[in-house]
Write a protein that binds this ligand. Structure first.
Ligand SMILES: Nc1ncnc2c1ncn2[C@@H]1O[C@H](COP(=O)(O)OP(=O)(O)O)[C@@H](O)[C@H]1O
Ligand SMILES: [Mg+2]
Length: 413
């Protein structure tokens, strides 16, 4: 077990100009001769503590897999350092880094049965250390029934390890099947088993649940968390799914556009998002944003709507030195109320009754360019086309500067 330290990491890829014409990341490109450098990761700094479960979350294309592949040694750093425990691993090949990676597509060897898939990493190189006699005995008994094969001491310890891992993951009955005879969920358990069997210092997992159906995903999610707590192996887990991030991580690192936006425990990220990107990415349905102007010391205004903030906002507003903000309100923090200038008049466009709660999509009655999603208790009789007034829970609001999206009251800003 070990902690992982990522210091000042940068990654860019060079692309030929012909290719770069087709890419969308033009703003990040630096031209140099015939190739352009495309910056994919910038200024990445974080530490994963020994035994911690860190989730890297962000939209597709933000650089999560690249970062994980840098940790694993599958890509070369453009700048910065990676340490595992006390070792600088920048120049170590993947095998020497003592990390085990689990991929979305399982990456099992199709011609090996499950037992051999799990044993594969444990057998690597060891046949060189066995005596010629032992290798000979293994070879000539290989095709006999299992109980009659010759097992060296090393092979016996591998067998014990495979059986232990199989029982941990409840896949004992699958050991002598081929990968193609397994369901997606079973294959992913085998891939996890292969990583666990090696007892590495670090697990690296890249969207391991994305190919599973919703129910299995929830089950396997819980199983991975439980296993990780049991094994206490430092883990970096990549996902684009904010629910996975919230439910699995000891801490979450939210990424966007090649940079880390915020690292904190799940509830801190939810309650104190550092900026409007994090606020909009974490939470489902996403936070609503309303553009407002500061028109008096504590008054925010959008057209007819005027909200007077509690006194404690005064220092935050002043410190920001700004007048234009986005008022952030989570769907759960609206409630139906009477007409007043502190409430929003909306017209309902869509009603989704989930049983436990009802989601409503609505637009401001005066301004159909502003859409809101609101979560209401299931007993409210609301139908499409209704006009209603929404009040905002004042102690739950967020404010972000229009300029750079920074949150006014996040602890770390
Ligand atoms: N080998 C590569 N060469 C050039 N660009 C790459 C390469 N691998 C990834 N990228 C680019 O890096 C960005 C981040 O990719 P990736 O790390 O796979 O994102 P994520 O895993 O968050 O979806 C993408 O814009 C992708 O096109
Ligand atoms: Mg990826």
């Amino acid at each position: 077990m070990a902690k992982v330290v990522v210091e000042n990491v940068y990654k860019s890829y060079s692309r030929s100009k012909v290719h770069s014409d087709e890419t969308v990341e033009l703003k990040n490109q630096k031209s140099s001769g015939k190739t352009t450098a495309v910056s994919v990761l910038r200024d990445i700094n974080f530490t994963v503590e020994d035994g911690e479960f860190l989730v890297l979350v962000g939209p597709s294309g933000c650089g999560k897999s690249t970062l994980l592949r840098l940790l694993a040694g599958l890509e070369e750093l453009t700048g910065g350092n990676i340490r595992v425990g006390d070792r600088l691993v920048n120049y170590l090949p993947p095998k020497a880094r003592d990390m085990a990676m689990v991929f979305q597509n399982y990456a099992l060897y199709p011609h090996l049965n499950i037992y051999d898939n799990i044993a594969f990493g444990l057998r690597r190189n060891y046949s060189q250390h066995e005596s010629p006699l032992q290798n000979f005995l293994v070879a000539i008994t290989r095709h006999l029934p299992r109980s009659m094969r010759y097992l060296s001491a090393k092979e016996k310890s591998i067998r014990d390890r495979v059986r232990y891992v199989a029982s941990l993951l409840q896949i004992e009955s699958l050991l002598y099947r081929l990968p193609k005879e397994l369901s997606g969920g079973q294959k992913q358990r085998v891939a996890l088993g292969r990583a666990i069997a090696r007892n590495p210092q670090v697990f690296l997992m890249d969207e391991p649940l994305s190919n599973l159906d919703a129910k299995l995903r929830t089950q396997t999610r819980a199983q991975i968390v439980k296993l990780q707590k049991q094994l206490k192996t430092t883990t970096v887990y990549v996902t684009h799914d904010q629910t996975e991030a919230m439910t699995m991580g000891d801490r979450i690192a939210v990424m966007n556009d090649g940079q880390i936006q915020q690292i904190a425990p799940p509830l801190e990220i939810y309650e104190h998002p550092a900026n409007s990107f994090v606020a909009g990415f974490i939470g489902s349905p996403p936070m609503n944003f309303l553009p407002v102007e500061l028109t008096a010391p504590l008054t925010l205004q959008y057209q007819q709507f005027r909200l007077t903030l509690p006194e404690f906002w005064a220092t935050h507003l002043e410190a920001s030195g700004e007048k234009s903000f986005y008022l952030g309100v989570r769907p759960q923090h609206f409630y139906l109320d009477v007409p007043t200038e502190a409430n929003l008049a909306v017209t309902v466009d869509l009603v989704e009754a989930l049983g436990s709660e009802t989601y409503i999509s609505a637009h401001l009655t005066e301004d159909d360019s502003i859409n809101l999603v609101v979560s209401l208790p299931p007993d409210k009789p609301i139908t499409v086309g209704d006009s209603v007034w929404l009040a905002i829970e004042l102690n739950k609001i967020h404010l972000f500067t229009v300029n750079d999206g920074r949150s006014l009251k996040c602890k770390s800003n």
